[in-house]
Design a protein around this ligand. Structure first.
Ligand code: E4P
Length: 224
């Protein structure tokens, strides 16, 4: 499973990259706004910086909702860098736009996916990625992981090439479950990635090893 980071924060992208696990980045308008990025030029510049930091796909989302403007906007985003994947919402014009991008050699990430039916449409129009929002489904009292499982089953049965990108990840457990259920990619906040590191027995075991090593070293000091 590939690891993407779900942020537009450059320091967090750098930290995940330095860990050696990062395969790409996803952003959305809310994440860009959180970083205080304002105006078209600043947005383009920010995407460029992200693409230069990470050797992997970077999802950049359109903010138009009609076919013509989604296509126009997506073309501009795709021209920023070869690793840009145009993120398109799962709406009727979005489906048409994704088909247009597929036919014109531009890769897309279908976002805001909450059902298997939507996932089938995204695959049919050749989206490179489809993003089921696990955490937001959990928030609505349904298990988001059931959707990942259902999508993985359908995609494998039908031989769809679209990669399942588990999104709206809220915990380290979400990442483990997404891997277990066959997601191709998981896009995560840095906190959830770092959560994978944690185990109290690791900390207890390391403290004991270091303590014993200290004793061993003091015993090894040669007498004068
Ligand atoms: C996906 O690409 C989205 O940016 C993201 O995962 C949404 O997550 P949220 O539900 O935490 O906002």
């Amino acid at each position: 499973m590939k690891f993407f980071i779900d942020t537009a924060n450059l320091a967090q992208i750098k930290e995940a990259h330095e860990l050696g696990i990062l395969d790409g980045v996803t952003t959305n308008p809310s994440l860009m706004a959180k970083e205080g990025i304002k105006g078209e030029d600043a947005v383009m510049e920010h995407y460029k910086k992200i693409c230069e930091m990470v050797d992997g796909d970077v999802s950049a989302e359109v903010i138009s909702t009609d076919f013509a403007n989604m296509v126009a906007e997506g073309k501009v985003l795709a021209a920023i860098h070869p690793n840009i994947v145009v993120k398109i919402p799962m709406i009727k014009d979005g489906v048409k736009a994704m088909k247009w991008f597929t036919d014109n050699g531009i890769r897309t990430n279908c976002t805001l996916v909450f059902s298997a039916g939507q996932a089938i449409l995204a695959a049919k129009v050749g989206a490179a990625y489809v993003s089921p929002f696990v955490g937001r489904i959990d928030d609505s009292t349904w298990d988001g992981m059931e959707l990942i499982e259902q999508m993985a089953h359908i995609y494998s049965l039908q031989g769809y090439k679209t990669e399942i990108l588990a999104a709206s990840i809220r915990s380290a457990l979400h990442i483990v479950k997404a891997a277990e259920l066959g997601a191709d990619v998981c896009t995560c906040p840095l906190e959830s990635i770092l959560g994978l590191l944690k185990h109290p027995l690791t900390d207890i075991g390391l403290a004991k090893f270091l303590d014993d090593a200290k004793k061993m070293r003091s015993e090894m000091v040669p007498a004068r």
